[in-house]
Design a protein around this ligand. Structure first.
Ligand SMILES: [Zn+2]
Ligand SMILES: [Zn+2]
Length: 366
């Protein structure tokens, strides 16, 4: 089978479009025609070679589409089903069995290499293997072959042209609040960085009945969106930030979701915590980044915890998020901007400048 892929070839080079060849699905794989694919910060970090991921590779990990073919042992989806693709996991390690597939023993091997665990790839360019399983999917392509576990069947009422971000940004933002932090109703939550993940955390905090939802971001336009989605207070980071959050929360935030990955913000996220209080570290700074920690700031029941992909089981959590959206309770379409697939370089540039929050590529013929 053929497909059109946008290949990340080098840090400062534009994406290279090429026709690629896909193997037929193995017994535990599915072939999906991609309808839309969101662009996530992790794609940009990978293309900028900040994650130690070798190029060339087909990036993209917020794909949504239609199943075209399934391997002989696949039971949970069939041709014609609408699916959202999410992170890959083995399904048999202890964390996978415990419903924490984002902490799978094979998470790095299955998501960060662009290859199957046996070192092969379903994608070929001019007869040569091309890594085509980034984050288990490589959805900057019109067609992919992926491990069946990464394909989540969704309600066909969900518009596929915006569904892709559910598999990463929404799962991460809403899931970090609902699954990892689990705030009691009436809690105070501060969210550092309101890009797509932070705005999703705002939506998650609202769903959990938070009393105060404080959005913190240098960009006024993003704070306006946060306010429209349920943030009760919107602050630009400045020298008084910690004091202002402490004042608004009458002593400190019960929970923080730190989405920026900025070292100064990570330190502030700890400094605004109530007693007790938890900061979920979601933003991923470059490997090797260090922050200063006043050990006293994590005394009395305070702490920081890294959270990946919202500690969600995609097979149950993605359909739940779809249902919320269809009921009007997860209006993430308000921060999605559509681009034609051919305009991927412009979409990436607009994401990097902050001109748009969540670019979503629409594949040709859709
Ligand atoms: Zn992502
Ligand atoms: Zn596993």
């Amino acid at each position: 089978m053929q497909g059109l892929a946008a290949i990340a070839v080098a840090r400062d080079a534009p994406f290279r479009f090429a026709d690629v060849t896909l193997d037929p699905p193995r017994p535990d794989e599915v072939q999906v025609r991609i309808v839309s694919a969101g662009i996530c910060h992790t794609d940009l970090s990978a293309k900028d070679e900040l994650l130690g991921i070798p190029l060339p590779m087909v990036l993209g990990h917020e794909g949504a589409g239609v199943v075209e073919a399934v391997g002989s042992s696949v039971r949970h989806v069939r041709a014609g089903d609408h699916v959202v693709l999410s992170g890959a996991s083995c399904g048999i390690c202890r964390n996978c069995h415990s419903g924490l597939p984002s902490y799978c023993d094979e998470f790095v091997a299955r998501n960060m290499t662009g290859l199957r665990v046996d070192g092969t790839t379903p994608m070929c360019l001019d007869g040569e293997p091309l890594p085509g399983l980034f984050c288990g999917q490589s959805s900057f392509a019109t067609r992919v072959v992926v491990q069946a576990r990464t394909a989540v069947k969704i309600d066909p009422a969900m518009p596929l042209d915006i569904a892709g971000p559910i598999g990463c940004a929404l799962v991460t933002g809403v899931g970090t609040v609902q699954n990892a932090l689990k705030p009691r109703p009436g809690s105070c939550i501060a969210i550092f960085g309101v890009g797509a993940v932070g705005l999703s955390a705002v939506l998650g905090a609202r769903l959990c009945g938070a009393e105060r939802i404080i959005a913190i971001d240098p960009q006024a336009a993003r704070l306006d969106i946060a306010r429209s989605l349920g943030a009760t207070d919107c602050l630009a980071p400045d020298a008084d930030l910690v004091a202002r959050v402490r004042e608004l929360t009458r002593g400190g935030a019960d929970y923080v979701v730190e989405c920026s990955g900025n070292p100064a913000a990570i330190e502030q996220a700890i400094a605004v915590l109530a007693t007790p209080g938890w900061s979920a570290q979601v933003g991923a700074p470059p490997v090797g980044t260090h922050v200063r920690l006043d050990v006293g700031a994590v005394g009395f029941g305070r702490g920081v915890r890294g959270v990946v992909l919202g500690e969600a089981n995609p097979q149950t959590y993605v359909p739940y998020l779809v249902a919320l959206h269809l009921r009007g309770e997860l209006p993430f379409d308000r921060f999605v901007t559509a681009y034609a697939f051919a305009d991927i370089d412009r979409a990436v540039a607009d994401a990097q400048t902050g001109a748009v929050v969540k670019p979503v590529l629409r594949m040709p013929g859709v």
